[in-house]
Write a protein that binds this ligand. Structure first.
Ligand code: BDR
Ligand code: CA
Length: 308
């Protein structure tokens, strides 16, 4: 089976961690790099977390390249409550031996997508992708596919209008929305169907492996946050949906859309407008609509069980 090359642009992040491990464990995918961005926590922490996760997965061969420390037009805006102060639930980790790559995120992305057909999984703020288009305008043609976790139609999660990854850097999201890449967006309307419950966490722990225990430990404070915020401990696996799309493109139903991002507005900065009118049926930008959660969770548990 030909493996699909992917590079993951990320701000780990507990659900980013599950997405990265899911990708690394999946035969359908060949992870050729991880690029980091400020988002859930600052870029020092997201870069350290990417290195920690590769060490945990036993994959020091995957390059980690550091990206933007701030949104295009501003200073970092940190939201430390959701993923813990360190971004991965504040557990104890040994210093990872995995080193940072000498290229920065934009150059590693460029190198990966121009070397061979490669898809980008973007599961943090879109600053690095916007900078890629700025530094290498020709890359508007380059990636095989770009799958983004971001946006919301019904309701945001930082403000009523805006989802976190878009809210953090709306200008970057607007640049990406204007690219001619074939793109799939996984908005909150889709990701809120992608849930793991306490029984799933117990199954992870019962794997009795370093990955199973670590992921269960990371998800514990995330579940407590969900309980406080949403009134249920079921955790939302936002970012893993983007990886799932590349593992099995038929698993998530999708629709062609027009996309614009609100970069101003008194109440709506960071809002995403998915224009679902029929005229956009064949658009190269699509949005995820629905998934079968039982199947999704089965795939995650089965794949994470592959780590020794
Ligand atoms: C997104 O925001 C982050 O907190 C998550 O990692 C995910 O990428 C969900 O809105
Ligand atoms: Ca993320």
């Amino acid at each position: 089976m030909a493996r699909r090359r992917v590079i993951i642009d990320t701000d780990p992040g507990v659900d980013d961690a599950v997405a990265i491990l899911l990708a690394l464990a999946s035969d359908e995918l060949e992870v050729v790099g991880i690029t980091t961005v400020a988002g859930n926590v600052g870029v020092d922490a997201t870069t350290l977390n990417a290195r920690r996760l590769l060490e945990l997965a036993g994959r020091p061969d995957v390059p980690v390249a550091r990206g933007a420390s701030r949104p295009l037009n501003g200073s970092p805006q940190l939201d430390v409550s959701v993923h813990g102060a360190d971004g991965l639930g504040d557990l104890l980790w040994d210093e990872p031996r995995v080193r940072e790559h000498h290229l920065d995120a934009v150059d590693l992305l460029h190198e990966a997508i121009t070397e061979a057909p490669t898809s980008i999984v973007a599961i943090g703020p879109l600053t690095n992708l916007a900078r890629l288009l700025e530094r290498y305008p020709g890359d508007d043609e380059a990636p095989e596919q770009v799958v983004v976790m971001g946006g919301a139609s019904f309701e945001g999660n930082v403000t009523p209008a805006a989802e976190f990854n878009v809210w953090y850097d709306p200008e970057a999201a607007a640049v990406v929305a204007g690219a001619s890449w074939p793109m799939v967006f996984m908005p909150l309307d889709l990701t809120h169907q992608a849930l793991m419950d306490d029984e799933d966490l117990a199954r992870l722990r019962a794997l009795d492996t370093p990955v199973g225990r670590r992921v269960a430990d990371m998800l514990e404070p995330y579940a407590a946050f969900h309980d406080e915020w949403y009134g249920t401990r079921d955790v939302i696996m936002h970012d893993a949906t983007a990886v799932y799309e590349l593992i099995d493109p038929s698993a998530i139903t999708k629709q062609g859309v027009g996309l614009s991002v609100e970069t101003s507005g008194t109440y709506s900065r960071g809002a995403t407008w998915f224009d679902r009118r029929r005229v956009n049926e064949t658009s190269s930008t699509r949005v995820g609509l629905s998934l079968d959660n039982e199947l999704f969770v089965t795939v995650i548990l089965e794949r994470l069980a592959r780590f020794a």
